[in-house]
Design a protein around this ligand. Structure first.
Ligand SMILES: NC(=O)c1ccc[n+]([C@@H]2O[C@H](COP(=O)([O-])OP(=O)(O)OC[C@H]3O[C@@H](n4cnc5c(N)ncnc54)[C@H](O)[C@@H]3O)[C@@H](O)[C@H]2O)c1
Length: 300
């Protein structure tokens, strides 16, 4: 079981919302915590609220590869090797895919997917080389399972974070590194204000900010789960090395409905030529996948 005390944690989007909750929970467990965020003011406010020498801030735009490596070096120089990584920074854009521009795609994919990729590519090889084990939590969302017409790009990124993380969980398990996918529902957070941190370079084809919709979203998010409640469930999920950390139990039934609808799209077609040989291969693959999933559960 993972022990948090004395370890160094790197939390992207750590200055607000879910990330800030995780930071507080880890500090209480005796970890050293670096909050990496694009909003300097939020970093300053968060550090002030901790009043803890074991916390530091680092300004970072997760979509930049070189910037990520620079932030990682800065944190490791001060706090030692990072062995707890939370790829959590995320933004949202509530619009349909066909109404979106390439600038919209580049922004949302850059933060929500490439931000996670950059975190993994920066830290996973370091953790592996050091041989001290570790843990990576990637924040997806219930929107990584459940879709509607909007937010289409957001859904795309969150499904992708699941795929990346499931594969990574299998490959890092033999190195004693756990990987979990955090899937929150509604959070009491600041995500409705994402437009504020959109870089100028990606505003070319941006639609005017929908002030009314953002005000509605701000209200809705007031009913979201408190980040501290989510954070306690995250640490709980890490201690059990769960593949998925579902902080919001109210989604269980709906996920069941969606999985049933997916299964209902299979058909019992008659065997095609080559079916028997193919099945032999699939049996071998299926057994090896199941073994890898079981091994991952006891990796940390
Ligand atoms: N708010 C929700 O209801 C909800 C639901 C499910 C999943 N999530 C996910 O939870 C994660 C955290 O979101 P939150 O709700 O706490 O939002 P939040 O806006 O309160 O916090 C996100 C933080 O990420 C930072 N950030 C944004 N772009 C960044 C960038 N390019 N580089 C570095 N930092 C950046 C922001 O400054 C902010 O401090 C996100 O991945 C989000 O998709 C949120």
């Amino acid at each position: 079981m993972i022990d948090f005390a004395g370890r160094t944690a790197f939390i992207t989007g750590g200055a607000n919302g879910v990330g800030l909750g995780i930071a507080r929970a880890l500090l209480a467990e005796g970890a050293k915590v670096a909050i990496a965020d694009i909003r300097q003011e939020s970093i300053d406010k968060a550090l002030e609220s901790f009043d803890n020498q074991e916390a530091m801030g680092v300004r970072l735009d997760v979509s930049g590869r070189a910037d990520f490596a620079r932030a990682a070096d800065e944190v490791e120089e001060r706090f030692g090797p990072v062995s707890l990584l939370f790829n959590n920074a995320g933004i949202n854009l509530f619009q349909t895919i066909e109404d979106s521009s390439y600038d919209d795609w580049d922004w949302v994919m850059g933060v929500n997917l490439h931000g996670v990729i950059n975190g993994v590519m920066t830290f996973a090889p370091r953790m592996k080389d050091r041989g001290l084990g570790g843990y990576i939590v990637n924040t997806a969302s219930m929107a990584g399972f459940l879709t509607n017409g909007a937010p289409g790009i957001y859904n795309t990124t969150k499904f992708a974070v699941r795929g990346l993380s499931e594969s990574l969980r299998a490959s890092l398990a033999p190195h004693g590194i756990g990987v979990s996918i955090l899937c929150p529902g509604l959070v009491k957070s600041y995500i409705y204000a994402s437009d504020d941190v959109r870089p100028d370079a990606l505003k070319g084809e941006m639609k005017p900010v929908n002030v009314e919709n953002n005000a509605r979203l701000e209200q809705v998010h007031q009913y979201g789960m408190e980040p501290d409640v989510i954070a306690a469930r995250v640490l709980d999920g890490m201690r059990e090395n769960r593949a998925y950390i579902f902080s919001h139990p109210e989604f269980r039934e709906e996920i069941g409905e969606v999985f049933d609808e997916i299964l209902a799209d299979f058909r019992d077609y008659p065997a095609d030529p080559g079916y028997e040989q193919r099945i032999g291969f699939e049996k071998f693959r299926r057994d090896s996948y199941a073994k890898a999933r079981a091994a991952a559960r006891s990796a940390t």
